[in-house]
Design a protein around this ligand. Sequence first.
Ligand code: RB5
Length: 147
Amino acid sequence: MKIVIGSDHGGFELKQQLIPFVQGMGHAVFDVGCFSDASIDYPDVAFPLAEAVARGEYDRGIIICGTGIGVSICCNRIGGVRCALCGDVVSAELTRRHNDSNVLALGGRIVGLELAKGIVLAWLTTDFEGGRHQRRIDKIDQWANIS
Ligand code: RB5
């Protein structure tokens, strides 16, 4: 898959560590910054990343800030993006099975590297179940006036 990855300074270190891990799974990874640990505003990375996923330029996105909260709020403002903030492996698997999430948000100051790898592995290898879950996703789009 084509995976776009981005972070603010709070997620920079984890982003750098996850890029080779995701590449090692055979995915093409596109890093949209930030490119140092200098302070930036997370909306400046999160909104362009989410819009690129919504346009279909990438199959999935991974976005990281200090807590993962700010970036997940931004991403979920973009129509067609279903961003899941995950701090555990079970949630990562279930959000793929039930929500067909297309952006994963992580907290770089919250999850350690090994847990983050487990979350990313589950999120990238679990398929959407469809069925009743598709109906619920359709309702999200209907309420958000994007379908
Ligand atoms: C930056 O200090 C921090 O606020 C940001 O990374 C994120 O945690 C916001 O939700």
